[in-house]
Design a protein around this ligand. Structure first.
Ligand SMILES: CC[C@@H](C(=O)O)C(=O)SCCNC(=O)CCNC(=O)[C@H](O)C(C)(C)COP(=O)(O)OP(=O)(O)OC[C@H]1O[C@@H](n2cnc3c(N)ncnc32)[C@H](O)[C@@H]1OP(=O)(O)O
Length: 312
């Protein structure tokens, strides 16, 4: 009874303050009534990093090449099929912090070692945090990390050389592009694990494939082979080579073809696209006008005009 009364007060506040029609709030609240929602404390990400760095195993290594402007993010935990331990989640959070300050950078390649891309959360870590408070903390850390990775003004591509399962599939959706080898596969197995996507992959999958295809992949937990991933739009291509080091080299060449503009132009073009997928239409147009105006008559624009470029 108390919950119902609270909800009525909530609706009144929402309809009066935000002027949202009563019918909309009621239907939204009805929807939330079907599924339990966590309502516990919010914890600062830095505090979560201190706690999760104690769950050790494997590492995520960042190497930046200032000459090419391309960084490599390598998932290195082969004995656990590249599952992400707590300390690896913190490695990734720190790497994104570093990449946010890399002003001359242009691109990122995310790949792993061995024959599995990433088998999701490290079940040894998962078993130590299997309660709502810690689950919410992990989701908070990975949502912060993968959202910022996705929004970086750098062009990111994940190389899927083997299975990307659960959180591993979600990790792959946080890059702008995905290349598969012939052995690449992706499976959103969360439903089979008795959970939903924990790292923000559900939201990104709807943005990437649309609600119907996203729902089908989440509900079936089926593993998508490389050829179908291309057909669905989950993969942007299949490498010729299956051997990992050769596939990485191929990915570098594939990415370089998209990085010919000056760093500030690459950053601006990515920022426009990243904003357009995150905010309403009018707000995105305003952003686009503001970014355009700051480049119009700038060094890169003046240099191009002086060269009287012809686009043959
Ligand atoms: C927290 C986020 C959450 C989400 O939102 O989805 C998750 O990601 S939950 C985890 C979801 N992932 C899985 O359920 C994958 C489980 N693993 C597998 O299905 C298979 O291991 C594999 C990935 C298909 C590889 O199979 P195969 O090549 O046959 O290797 P093995 O099965 O023998 O495994 C070798 C070795 O690696 C250990 N391993 C594998 N996956 C994980 C994992 N996710 N966490 C921890 N350890 C993992 C496996 O236990 C073996 O170790 P040993 O038994 O010590 O040899």
């Amino acid at each position: 009874m108390l919950i119902h009364r609270t909800r009525v007060i909530q609706n009144l506040l929402i309809t009066k303050l935000l002027k949202i029609p009563h019918s909309v709030t009621m239907s939204f609240n009805d929807n939330r009534r079907w599924v339990n929602h966590y309502a516990g404390p919010e914890t600062p990400v830095s505090t979560i990093c201190e706690q999760f760095s104690k769950f050790e195993g494997g590492k995520i290594e960042l190497s930046k090449d200032d000459e090419s402007g391309v960084a490599i993010l390598k998932i290195n935990h082969p004995e656990r099929r590249n599952a992400l331990s707590g300390s690896m989640m913190v490695d990734l959070w720190n790497a994104v912090n570093t990449l946010e300050d890399w002003k001359t950078g242009k691109g990122i390649i995310l790949h792993s070692v061995g024959e599995t891309f990433c088998s999701g959360g490290d079940l040894n870590t998962v078993r130590q945090i299997s309660n709502p408070d810690d689950g919410y903390k992990m989701a908070t850390l990975m949502h912060d990390t993968l959202t910022r990775l996705h929004q970086l003004p750098l062009i990111s591509v994940a190389l899927i050389q083997g299975k990307a399962l659960g959180g591993g599939a979600e990790l792959a959706t946080s890059c702008d592009f995905r290349l598969f080898t012939e052995k690449g596969e992706m499976g959103f197995v969360q439903g089979r694990m008795g959970v939903v996507t924990g790292w923000g992959g559900g939201t990104r999958l709807v943005q990437l494939l649309g609600q119907h295809q996203a729902l089908e992949l989440l509900l079936t937990s089926r593993q998508i082979p490389a050829s179908e991933a291309v057909t669905l739009g989950l993969a942007n291509g299949i490498t010729k080579s299956v051997e990992l080091s050769e596939a990485v080299e191929e990915t570098k060449q594939w990415l370089q073809l998209k990085l010919n503009h000056a760093p500030q132009i690459v950053h601006a073009l990515k920022q426009i696209v990243a904003t357009a997928r995150a905010v309403p239409y009018e707000e995105s147009l305003r952003n686009e006008r503001q970014v355009f105006a700051m480049l119009w008559g700038g060094d890169a624009n003046k240099k191009a005009l002086e060269q009287n470029i012809k686009h043959k």
